[in-house]
Design a protein. Structure first.
Ligand SMILES: Cc1cc2nc3c(=O)[nH]c(=O)nc-3n(C[C@H](O)[C@H](O)[C@H](O)COP(=O)(O)OP(=O)(O)OC[C@H]3O[C@@H](n4cnc5c(N)ncnc54)[C@H](O)[C@@H]3O)c2cc1C
Length: 444
């Protein structure tokens, strides 16, 4: 069969790798002039690459680990100790081990014990997800861990991921997160990072696809999917016009036996010829909302904090997380250079999303000083700013009933994107699994 895969993020590349491996002819269309989608990297100079958005793996991420093995790159992944902190009441509190929880000042001591017991119960005893699908995390936590636990710990953590929608998030999301992060040793959480960034994985997948006669076309977006599975491609440079394919200039079309789109749901709808999919399917697509990620990457001349990951629980700070990559991977890997991501998740239309990197840094500087009063703009050697509109599907109560199936009602047309990763949260590991499921669905 001739199969088109739209999107060369992890899901699209893995699907194309499997489709080509099964002996089909595959064309991959990618809007961006590079591979990897949300896990794409940038050249930070000196022969080094870093992800545009901070990335690591958990020890439970077995699909992507197996893929590294299969591609002959098992040594690429390194597992390192992580260090987590919570910024609350004007200081950073270590938040990695059970002992840290017992010393967490913002929470009254009895609440610390109650919360610890509830977390252990969730991780070890609660095997059925159904009860957690019908209740918000806020209601569940306030009932079983207490109001202080939500106010001081979980509310801020959920805000770190879902911004203003934190209070509506279904408990199933947190239940699953806690279970996946239950490592063998609670005192030393290990996280994975590929020694040369995620880029070599994308290269290996591209080589595998091309070696079997497939085509991986970057800076070559899809503009339209029409009846008869006709895919119209966009002219080079279309990415400069943004994300909406209806604004791209058409540059030729081809027919396929199957089409697999791995783009966000809103982009998928914009690609469709009107009438190709029924209204009830489109309503389902629209019923899942995304938050945007705004990620400021700073090269600093010294560390800002001693931690890899800091959740910001103080709502006066205009960002939700600090991810100090070089407190995880040693600066020596980058010739002594240091990198910090300042993370935010925002609703579409938020004013911060329209600012330049310098303007965002201006807004963030007082907050960075709150975390480290010594921080000065002279510490910043370089800045990069990235925005991802479809960064985080909002997992509210009843979410699973709204997930669009892989196979759409149009024969031969499939969709695979982060809204379908459930009950786990989106992540490269699940994009690998999704790409494999999607390949099976389109070939069948
Ligand atoms: C801030 C942030 C932090 C993250 N941290 C982690 C982490 O620590 N660990 C982890 O494992 N995961 C992390 N993730 C999630 C992970 O990156 C994603 O879940 C995964 O990469 C999604 O892959 P995908 O292929 O499903 O989607 P995407 O990566 O979104 O791929 C979709 C692709 O479609 C392309 N496209 C869009 N429109 C068109 C068009 N018209 N024509 C052709 N192509 C088009 C896009 O350019 C993109 O390449 C993070 C994500 C973000 C935003």
């Amino acid at each position: 069969m001739r199969i088109a895969v739209i999107g060369a993020g992890v899901a699209g590349l893995v699907a194309a790798h499997r489709i080509a491996g099964a002996g089909h002819e595959v064309d991959v269309y990618e809007r961006w002039p590079g591979l990897g989608g949300q896990a794409a990297t940038l050249d930070v100079g000196g022969g080094h690459r870093l992800e545009r958005y901070y990335h690591h793996l958990f020890t439970t991420d077995r699909h992507i680990t197996a893929l590294y093995d299969e591609l002959g790159m098992p040594d690429e992944l390194e597992w390192r100790s992580s260090s987590v902190a919570m910024f609350a009441r004007g200081r950073q509190w270590p938040f990695t081990t059970p002992g840290d929880l017992l010393r967490f000042g913002p929470l009254p001591p009895p609440s610390r014990v109650r919360m610890g017991a509830a977390v252990v119960a969730l991780q070890r005893l609660a095997n059925d997800r159904a009860p957690y699908e019908r209740v918000t995390a806020r209601a569940w936590i306030e009932r079983w861990m207490g109001k202080a636990a939500y106010r001081e710990v979980w509310g801020p953590m959920l805000r770190g991921k879902f911004g203003a929608r934190a209070d509506e998030i279904a408990m199933v999301w947190l239940w699953n997160k806690l279970r996946l992060r239950r490592g063998e040793d609670a005192r030393d959480e290990r996280l994975g990072y590929p020694r040369r960034s995620w880029e070599p994985l994308f290269d290996a997948l591209r080589r595998s696809i091309e070696s079997r006669g497939g085509r991986v076309m970057i800076d070559r977006p899809a503009v339209r999917i029409a009846a008869g599975l006709e895919v119209t491609a966009g002219a080079p440079g279309s990415f400069r016009r943004g994300h909406d394919p209806r604004t791209f200039e058409a540059a030729g079309s081809e027919r396929y036996d199957r089409v697999l789109a791995t783009v966000p749901s809103d982009v998928f709808e914009q690609l469709l010829e009107p009438g190709l999919l029924p209204d009830d399917y489109l309503r389902r697509l629209r019923s899942i909302e995304y938050f945007a990620a705004l990620c400021l990457l700073l090269e600093l001349d010294r560390p800002l904090t001693p931690y890899y990951w800091t959740n910001v629980a103080d709502r006066e700070l205009p960002f939700v997380g600090l991810i100090e990559h070089t407190n995880f991977v040693e600066p020596a890997r980058y010739d002594g250079r240091r990198f910090l991501y300042v993370a935010n998740y925002l609703e579409h239309g938020h004013e911060l999303l329209d600012l330049t990197a310098d303007a965002v840094l201006d807004r963030y500087t007082p907050g960075l000083r709150r975390v480290n009063p010594g921080f000065d703009r002279s510490w910043v050697k370089r800045t990069w700013l990235h925005r991802e509109p479809a960064a985080q599907p909002i997992v509210t109560v009843g979410y699973h009933e709204r997930i669009p199936p892989l196979r759409t009602p149009a024969a031969g047309l499939a969709l695979a994107n982060t809204t379908q990763v459930y009950p786990e949260d989106r992540g490269t590991n699940y994009a690998v699994r999704l790409g494999e499921d999607a390949a099976r669905a389109v070939i069948a």
